[in-house]
Design a protein around this ligand. Structure first.
Ligand code: FE2
Length: 190
């Protein structure tokens, strides 16, 4: 049987409301947002732990010492981020659990394909690793920005602060990787 679309559901809820029953109370609205927030934290917890496992592969595949160092530093930061998320679970009074994030898994897989398809010690390999890592950082930055907004909306101030610290770690990594990719270098004119 065909499932009814969210729009249809909303319409039928509106009908219910017009029949005298409230559609969504403030409590229901908050619980929906809280569920969205908690799911997002579980996604990020899975993601950070997945990156703790996958970053060492990128570090050993990289050639340039500064790239190896930047990735190694971010590996440490990533482990701290996972711990901070455990603190967010505690603040929420929710059991620590991870929910597989398909998007992050895909980004990591495409980074692994870059390594498979390039030759060790080449500029192409290092550039590919930087580009892949930047995609991951941009994704994480977007996720943390959204979660911080949700935390603030829910009045979860302490969680918002912890998430802000995680966001800062991603922004710092993005800056380092971006500098290495030469995105700020002037375009040469011939
Ligand atoms: Fe991270």
């Amino acid at each position: 049987m065909k499932q009814s679309s969210p729009k249809k559901k909303a319409a039928s809820n509106a009908e219910t409301a017009s029949a005298g029953q409230p559609v969504s109370t403030p409590v229901e609205t908050t619980s929906g947002l809280l569920e969205l927030f908690t799911d997002g934290i579980k996604d990020m917890y899975w993601s950070e732990n997945h990156l703790v496992k996958s970053l060492p592969k990128m570090i050993s595949a990289a050639d340039a010492p500064e790239l190896k160092t930047a990735l190694s530093n971010h590996l440490e930061v990533t482990a701290e981020q996972a711990t901070r998320l455990e603190n967010v679970f505690d603040l929420l009074g929710v059991k620590i659990s991870a929910k597989k994030c398909d998007a992050l898994e895909g980004l990591v897989m495409s980074g692994e394909h870059v390594i498979e398809n390039t030759i060790a010690g080449t500029e192409a390999r290092d550039t590919g690793i930087i580009m892949s890592a930047l995609k991951v950082e941009n994704f994480e930055i977007t996720c943390y920005n959204g979660l911080i907004q949700l935390a603030v909306k829910l009045g979860e101030t302490e969680s918002a602060e912890l998430l802000q610290q995680n966001l800062s770690g991603e922004i710092e990594a993005e800056g380092m990787l971006g500098a290495m990719s030469g995105k700020d270098a002037p375009v040469s004119k011939s």
